[in-house]
Design a protein around this ligand. Structure first.
Ligand SMILES: Cc1cc2nc3c(=O)[nH]c(=O)nc-3n(C[C@H](O)[C@H](O)[C@H](O)COP(=O)(O)OP(=O)(O)OC[C@H]3O[C@@H](n4cnc5c(N)ncnc54)[C@H](O)[C@@H]3O)c2cc1C
Length: 430
């Protein structure tokens, strides 16, 4: 039987009811476009720092609808690009600041969860990066030395011989363990963040897709599907769902699909064998798999199709991911897949996250599948920069936000099939 096409995490929360839509205000100080971690964390910070500020979150669908309620729930150290690459590209100073931001992002999530009493199963369970080939393990040895030497950050190598203590699979050639990382239930977290933003004084507006932005002297006129308002500042927090309202930003972000399956509940004994220490796990490939347990279910994700979620890409992904899951864990051969869903990631052309202000419009985009901690953290710190006027000093604003090579992109990612094929080739040869 085919699995249900539905987001498993959303079955664990009461997703916001949009039958009683909050009316739009006429005027606000800050209008935030997008109601995920970035937008809600920013709204919470702005409203808390200055109770006189009028802050509205404008969300096209329902609050938390985007990647923030669909992801793997892994709150990870580092960035999408390896820190060795980041250091080569941007230098030691910037690399150190950016890595520290990644550590701070996990602390920020933990602190918000504590302060706001959000029940989302947050745990510092650590992450495991597994080697698909022996030469990947050699690279992990180098990585461990680099992280210790340059960042004084302790990670631990797990040899193939000891691997079964961490993962019930013989597929890998060892792994790297980083115990700083954490895991949570993403939908419970975004639900809690939305309540926190509201409690702080921000207003949240579902079914308020922004369709047009226009600068009128010092203010912005913001048109939405259900009315317009005016705002002093705008913060774009639309991640992989960035549309053509701000074409300049849309042309810098490529939407890429990522997909997840959730199994039926597994017996305790099997759970203890699969991932005994409850780590968040992802592998070394370009076309990577990521997986973890939640409440005795295996949650197994990957970039099974490059195009964003549709019923076709989701159905195809269910088959591919199930096959991949059984390759990793043959013990799950006869286990039923109950849910499959997809979501959209936001990749910049340099695979980096970017914050800044463009024509007076603030943004934080390009998490590249690494946004649970980072979106929360950048939502907060960009909000602080809106208040202080110091966005240019933000570490993530210290390098250029590139557009497409030769300008060959206008928001439709026609090149994804080629990129997908190229990644498969890289996985084969590297
Ligand atoms: C399947 C999947 C697995 C992932 N796994 C992980 C993981 O394990 N760890 C990790 O760190 N990251 C992961 N990520 C990435 C992470 O989920 C995102 O980086 C993060 O949620 C981004 O948050 P956000 O608030 O910026 O964007 P989103 O949560 O995507 O919210 C953007 C919102 O903007 C709204 N919007 C768009 N256009 C408009 C408009 N014109 N007007 C109003 N609203 C608009 C959308 O409706 C959407 O709700 C994953 C992502 C996916 C899709």
């Amino acid at each position: 039987m085919e699995p249900t096409q539905a987001i498993f995490w959303q079955t664990t929360v009461q997703m916001p009811d949009d039958s009683n839509l909050t009316p739009l205000p006429e005027k606000v100080d800050v209008a935030i476009i997008g109601g995920g971690y970035t937008g809600l964390s920013a709204a919470r910070t702005l409203a808390k720092r200055n109770t006189a500020l009028r802050v509205a979150v404008l969300e096209a669908e329902t609050v938390g609808w985007g990647a923030s309620s669909r992801n793997g729930g892994m709150v990870l150290t580092g960035l999408k690009l390896g820190m060795q690459t980041v250091m080569k590209k941007y230098g030691r100073d910037i690399a150190k600041k950016l890595f520290q931001c990644s550590l701070d992002s996990i602390d920020t999530v933990e602190q918000i969860i504590k302060e706001e009493n959000i029940d989302c199963g947050f745990a510092r369970c650590g992450h495991l990066l597994t080697a698909n080939k022996p030469k990947h393990y050699d690279a992990l040895i180098e990585e461990a030395e680099f992280m210790e030497r340059e960042f004084n950050h302790n990670v631990r190598l797990i040899s193939r011989a000891d691997q079964r203590e961490e993962i019930g699979s013989d597929l890998y050639h060892g792994a790297l363990l980083d115990e700083f990382s954490a895991g949570l239930n993403p939908a419970q977290y975004v639900e809690g963040l939305a309540e926190a933003a509201q409690k702080a004084g921000a207003t949240l507006h579902a079914r308020a897709r922004v369709t047009r932005l226009e600068r009128r002297e010092k203010r912005f006129s913001v048109e939405t599907e259900r009315g317009s308002l005016s705002a002093d500042s705008i913060f774009v927090a639309t991640s992989g769902y960035t549309g053509n309202v701000i074409q300049n930003l849309q042309g810098k972000i490529v939407p890429i699909g990522s997909f997840i399956i959730a199994t039926e509940k597994l017996p305790d004994e099997l759970v203890g064998e699969l991932i005994p220490r409850n780590r968040m796990i992802f592998d070394y490939k370009h076309y990577l798999n990521y997986f973890r347990l939640w409440n005795n279910r295996m949650i197994f994700g990957g970039r099974a199709a490059f195009f964003p979620e549709s019923s076709t890409t989701i159905r195809r992904s269910a088959e591919i991911l199930q096959r991949e899951m059984i390759r990793v864990f043959p013990q799950l051969q006869d286990v039923k897949i109950e849910y499959v869903w997809g979501g959209t990631l936001d990749f910049a052309f340099d695979m980096m996250t970017h914050v800044g202000a463009m024509d007076g419009i603030y943004y934080s985009l390009g998490y590249a599948g690494h946004g649970v901690g980072m979106a929360t953290y950048l939502g907060k710190t960009v909000a602080e920069a809106i208040i202080s006027g110091k966005i240019k000093e933000h570490p993530f604003a210290s390098f250029a936000f590139p557009g497409a090579p030769l300008g060959l992109y206008n928001g439709f990612p026609w090149f994804l099939p080629f990129a997908g094929a190229w990644h498969k080739i890289l996985d084969w040869i590297e």
